[in-house]
Ligand binder design. Structure first.
Ligand SMILES: [Zn+2]
Length: 90
């Protein structure tokens, strides 16, 4: 599987470290204990297209938001995570 790092271009997945689900939304600081427990501990195991955070640990060390299919491992694109992300590298 190749991940298109926005800084380095397409690289093998072995250069990256999986960080986690990119669709989780951090609750407000005063949110309930259940909301925080869900944010910290609960994980879905989606089938199909999904957004994930990966870090290019053997390269530029950027944290990248990758959209891929969890069944076929097809990668649809990647962008820098957080406010630096603009568009997706393919
Ligand atoms: Zn990189």
């Amino acid at each position: 599987m190749l991940i298109p790092c926005p800084h380095c271009g397409p690289r093998e997945v072995s250069e990256f470290t999986y960080i986690g689900d990119a669709t989780k939304v951090r609750p407000a600081p005063d949110a309930s204990a259940d909301a925080w427990s869900d944010f910290v501990h609960a994980r879905r195991n989606p089938r199909g297209r999904h957004a994930e955070h990966w870090q290019h640990t053997a390269g530029c060390r950027a944290i990248v938001r990758v959209t891929r299919d969890t069944v076929t491992h097809a990668v649809y694109g990647a962008s820098l995570a957080g406010p630096w992300g603009e568009g997706e590298a393919r």
